[in-house]
Design a protein around this ligand. Structure first.
Ligand code: NOJ
Ligand code: CA
Length: 546
């Protein structure tokens, strides 16, 4: 059967870290052999596409976002052959696979950088951004502000400063140099030929620098990205997907879709903290406001929605007051804060409250866009904020309550990161095996949610979204609609039971059918439609004209 080229608009994505997912050879580090063995779990969970964190050879000073060889597999994760097998097995189960394209910077251990720094006349010199002073591009913000003091670092070997937007061991590539652009395209081709379905493209706003600007979202950067997309379409027309990581306001992300000829997808960063804010404030306003501020995107394009990922919960796309509120409410422990964010997983952020975890997932899966789940969140895994950097949200997957959580047969001391072992979230309590045995587990709930969402994938992925404005502002309600199909989503953001009167106007005469249990609700009349909701309760109601 022909694959719909817009498949990503209906898909649910699952982000995972090979290092932390499953160890196949018993050395304490996750690898492709282990991941391949767990593909049945992912297919059974009901996701459509996997997104893998960086997997290429790397000194691992930024968990692989510091690449030393773009055409290989990090030896701890296996071989290219192991990757090929994994890809075949994933595809055989109907799962698509996105890998990382880290194009803004390399590791300082990359041979290109080693050659570039060695001499001013090296042909590689111009592959990076050099200066005799550290005064260029003044005022450009520092992203990793807890570790870096400047975007310039002195390289004693080169005898010059080099430019970097992230860690000082991650020199930025120079995209003004056509050789760099061509090489990145060749690298993309390499992986596309192997069969990957597309890329999550890292840190796209920062490709080029221009004096007197913020060096972010520059027209020149868009030009390079559109050029890459053009190459992609020429070589693989309508076959592959590009997803942008641009942590920006919606109006600044919109240009990354261009006329449908730049990125297929981009993450919606500002929505994420606002979902948490709405929940804490028990008020729909933050969500409605940001969604209404979100511009329409061309038909083949799609937003990527998420609650958590492998980074800190970033609070860059909020006001200072909102950030303080989020820190006060969600990161009382200063150890939980990192850069401008919060390094916690979903369930601990929500204080282990099952109702809130279910509600946020129900929102994630029913708002307009393609949802991204983060590995382990489907079982409510905890974190470990005493590990450095963002490692606390990247601990080994908890498969069972047995030896090393079923993650690895290695000596426990050799695991690449300690297992979460605290009394609330430790692997003896929170694990796949236990939750697979219970219909009332979070895992069972997530599977049901994913199953129902898949039945309505086109509607949730592509349908219109219209917010309702009931007087009760603790209720967030919206109508999703596609080609005559209508689903009404009603959610209670508060910890107390709520009643709500909804003006359903043109839906008069329809019978709402609750999508999880199939129960019929009273027919919609001309009068306001009254619903009551349990604390943090929600409904997905399909409107049928019976
Ligand atoms: C964004 C990635 O999500 C993050 O993990 C990484 O540290 C930076 N880009 C630098 O590559
Ligand atoms: Ca291993």
């Amino acid at each position: 059967m022909a694959v719909d080229p817009l498949w990503y608009k209906d898909a649910v994505f699952y982000e995972l870290h090979v290092r932390s997912f499953a160890d196949g050879n018993g050395d304490g580090i996750g690898d492709f052999v282990g991941l391949t063995q767990r593909l049945d779990y992912l297919a059974d969970l009901g996701v459509d596409c996997l997104w893998l964190l960086p997997m290429s050879p790397s000194p691992q000073r930024d968990d692989g976002y510091d690449i030393a060889d773009y055409r290989g597999i990090h030896p701890q994760y296996g071989t290219l052959e192991d990757f090929r097998t994994f890809l075949q097995e994933a595809h055989a189960r109907g799962l698509k696979v996105l890998t990382e394209l880290v194009l803004n910077h390399t590791s300082d251990q990359h041979p290109w950088f080693q050659e570039a720094r060695a001499s001013r006349t090296s042909p590689r010199r111009d592959w990076y951004v050099w200066s005799d002073t550290d005064q260029g591009y003044p005022g450009v913000r520092i992203i990793f502000r807890d570790t870096e003091r400047s975007n310039w670092t002195w390289d004693p070997v080169a005898g010059q400063y080099f430019w970097h937007r992230f860690f000082s061991h991650q020199p930025d590539l120079n995209y003004d140099n056509p050789e760099v652009r061509e090489e990145i395209w060749r690298i993309m081709r390499f992986w596309l030929e192997l069969g990957v379905d597309g890329f999550r493209v890292d840190a796209v706003p920062y490709l080029l620098e221009r004096e007197g600007t913020s060096c972010e979202n520059l027209p020149e950067t868009h030009q390079v990205l559109r050029w890459l997309r053009q190459r992609l379409e020429e070589a693989y027309p309508h076959q592959k997907v590009l997803l942008a990581e641009a942590n920006m306001w919606p109006e600044d992300v919109r240009p990354y879709f261009a006329n449908g000829d730049e990125f297929h997808m981009a993450f919606h960063f500002p929505l994420m903290p606002r979902l948490f804010m709405a929940l804490r404030l028990e008020d729909r306003k933050p969500v409605v406001e940001i969604m209404e501020r979100t511009p329409a995107v061309p038909e083949p394009c799609q937003w990527g929605l998420f609650l958590r990922n492998h980074d800190e919960l970033t609070l860059e796309m909020v006001t200072d007051i909102e950030r303080d509120y989020m820190w006060d409410e969600y990161a009382k422990d200063p150890l939980a804060r990192l850069n401008l964010g919060i390094r916690r997983r979903l369930t601990p952020l929500l204080e282990g409250d099952r109702r809130r975890v279910e509600l946020t997932n129900a929102l994630l899966l029913s708002l307009r866009g393609s949802p991204f789940l983060y590995y382990g969140d489907e079982i409510g895994m905890g974190d470990n904020i005493s590990l450095g950097d963002r490692h606390g949200v990247r601990t080994p997957m908890q498969w069972s309550g047995g030896y090393n959580a079923g993650f690895s047969s290695a000596d426990t001391d050799r695991l690449h990161a300690p297992l979460v072992a605290n009394p609330l979230y430790g692997y003896p309590v929170v694990n796949v095996a236990a939750q697979s045995q219970s219909d009332s587990s979070l895992l069972a709930f997530m599977k049901r949610l994913l199953r129902v969402r898949r039945q309505k994938a086109r509607l949730f992925g592509r349908g219109t979204l219209r917010f309702l404005r009931p007087a009760n502002h603790r209720v967030l309600a919206y109508v999703r609609e596609l080609e005559g199909e209508v689903v009404l989503v009603v959610t209670n953001l508060s910890g107390a039971a709520q009643a709500v009167e909804l003006e359903l106007g043109e839906l008069e005469g329809a019978i709402p059918v609750e999508l999880f249990g199939g129960s019929l609700f009273p027919r919609v009349s001309h009068a306001p439609y009254v619903l009551t909701l349990a604390p943090y309760g929600f409904y997905w109601l399909e409107l049928r004209w019976l």
